[in-house]
Design a binder for this molecule. Structure first.
Ligand code: ADP
Ligand code: MG
Length: 147
């Protein structure tokens, strides 16, 4: 799968603001295939685990509280060079620094409530896909993606 998959979350703020449809439209228009998708809600424990790499950061507790505060949409996205291509259309973590037309520029409310998550490496994409989806829930276009 290396290079072909990434993982995204449409975060609670964007879901609450009815931005699921507009965000998925951008994802499709930019050439990503949605290989798996589900609406769900993280428990506090799941949010702590998902963001464990940030546990020493000052914003960790508030991030965990936010990410477990309401429903989210989780998805596996398929495209050549998926991790990098998706980070490009997501935009900078701080929406005030995000480029025009990026998902965060369009839909983020703040640095924390920044609309979507996107994996930062192939390795983390695999870990994050496995966190939410089993094999029977994945519908790849390219069979090379099956790992
Ligand atoms: P990214 O999501 O762009 O990869 P990070 O991995 O650095 O960013 O951070 C994970 C998430 O933590 C961000 O998407 C954002 O929701 C939140 N976050 C990051 N930095 C801050 C901050 N300084 N204050 C509040 N929330 C933050
Ligand atoms: Mg990150």
């Amino acid at each position: 799968m290396k290079g072909k998959l990434t993982f995204t979350i449409i975060k609670p703020g964007a879901v609450a603001n009815e931005h699921i449809g507009p965000i998925l439209k951008i994802i499709n228009e930019k050439g990503f295939h949605i290989a798996a998708m589900r609406m769900t809600r993280l428990s506090v424990k799941q949010a702590q685990e998902f963001y464990a790499v940030h546990k020493e950061r000052p914003f960790y507790d508030s991030l965990v509280e936010f990410m477990s505060s309401g429903p989210i949409v989780v998805a596996i996205l398929e495209k050549e060079n998926a991790v990098e291509e998706y980070r490009k259309i997501v935009g900078a973590t701080d929406p005030s620094k995000a480029d025009e037309g990026t998902i965060r520029k369009l839909f983020a409310e703040s640095m924390q409530r920044n609309a979507v998550h996107g994996s930062d490496s192939d390795e983390n994409a695999m870990i994050e896909c496995d966190f939410f989806f089993n094999r029977s829930e994945r519908f790849y276009k390219d069979q090379d993606c099956c790992w």
